[in-house]
Design a protein around this ligand. Structure first.
Ligand code: CAA
Length: 258
């Protein structure tokens, strides 16, 4: 599949989606978000693909929603389009693991789409921020919620009320990113991690993702019960039998995703 604003590459068991509007630091235009939705749909339906890496350029993962495109939007248009949710939600609805590999700026909607991914691997050049307040708006694609869940109220509130950007190092300390990696190694490391995940039993990987995400939506007691039911259901898979047999026989398991 070819796109105008991004590149979709498939590498054996993983897909790499590279946001590609360098002239505007990968600002998230309507076309880009629609194409991102279509690329994810393609990956969702491709049985060979077990995990996805979402990335940008060295200078910018994405510098936010496209300001030129939205500056004249009226309230009625924003409301009728349900701006900004529709196509952006493809990321949070995506069932296979998706890793954000972030270099440079991840601002506004850029930080929001990174946070919709399952985890963020950041290069040491990454900068995260929600600068919407300086444009006379507030975050509109989950920033006030996901950032608060990720790093807690004090830091999220400060970032959102002041627009202050944080470095990769500060983001890692705060829990926004899982790891900081030297810029030159980020892409290879993200692809290595995605390939590792794609090699595990897909039903178990999807269930693990679903169970972790449940922690944001429910009580501890309900979440633990949900986890237990999924855990028990893994015993219905061929991959559980294979995984445990391989351990006992001291060999590598061959998962068939069944
Ligand atoms: N939308 C449209 N164009 C953008 C853009 C954006 N979000 N961010 C950068 N660009 C464009 C710039 O206008 C510039 O274009 P020209 O060369 O044609 O002038 C080009 O990208 C390069 O940008 P700069 O010259 O500004 O580069 P810089 O290195 O000096 O600064 C920056 C980088 C700090 C990221 C700065 O570009 C910036 O502040 N960008 C806007 C960030 C922002 O406010 N994002 C939030 C958007 S609102 C949002 O996302 C809402 C939501 O929650 C969904």
């Amino acid at each position: 599949m070819t796109f105008e604003t991004l590149i979709l590459e498939k590498k054996a068991t993983i897909a790499v989606i590279t946001l590609n509007r360098p002239a505007v630091l990968n600002a998230l235009s309507n076309t880009l978000t629609k194409e991102l939705g279509a690329a994810l749909q393609d990956c969702a339906h491709d049985e060979a693909i077990g995990a996805v890496v979402l990335t940008g350029s060295e200078k910018a993962f994405a510098a936010g929603a496209d300001i030129g495109e939205m500056k004249d939007k009226t309230y009625t248009e924003a409301y009728l389009e349900d701006f900004i949710t529709t196509s952006w939600e493809e990321i949070s609805k995506f069932r296979k693991p998706i890793i954000a590999a972030v270099s440079g700026f991840a601002l506004g909607g850029g930080n929001e789409i990174a946070m919709m991914c399952d985890f963020i691997l950041a290069s040491d050049t990454a900068k995260f921020g929600q600068p919407e307040i300086s444009l006379g708006i507030i975050p509109g694609a989950g920033g006030t919620q996901r950032l608060t869940h990720a790093i807690g109220k004090a830091k999220a509130m400060e970032m959102i009320l002041t627009g202050r950007m944080i470095s990769a190092e500060e983001a890692e300390k705060a829990g926004l990113v899982s790891r900081v990696i030297p810029a030159a190694e980020l892409q290879a490391e993200a692809e290595k991690v995605a390939t590792k995940i794609a090699g595990f039993s897909r039903p178990s990987v999807l269930m693990a993702k679903e169970a972790v995400n449940k922690a944001f939506e429910t009580t501890l007691a309900e979440g633990v019960k949900f986890e237990r039911r999924l855990f028990q259901s893994t015993f219905a898979t061929e991959d559980q039998k294979e995984g445990m047999a391989a351990f006992v026989e001291k060999r590598k398991p061959v998962f068939k995703h069944r």
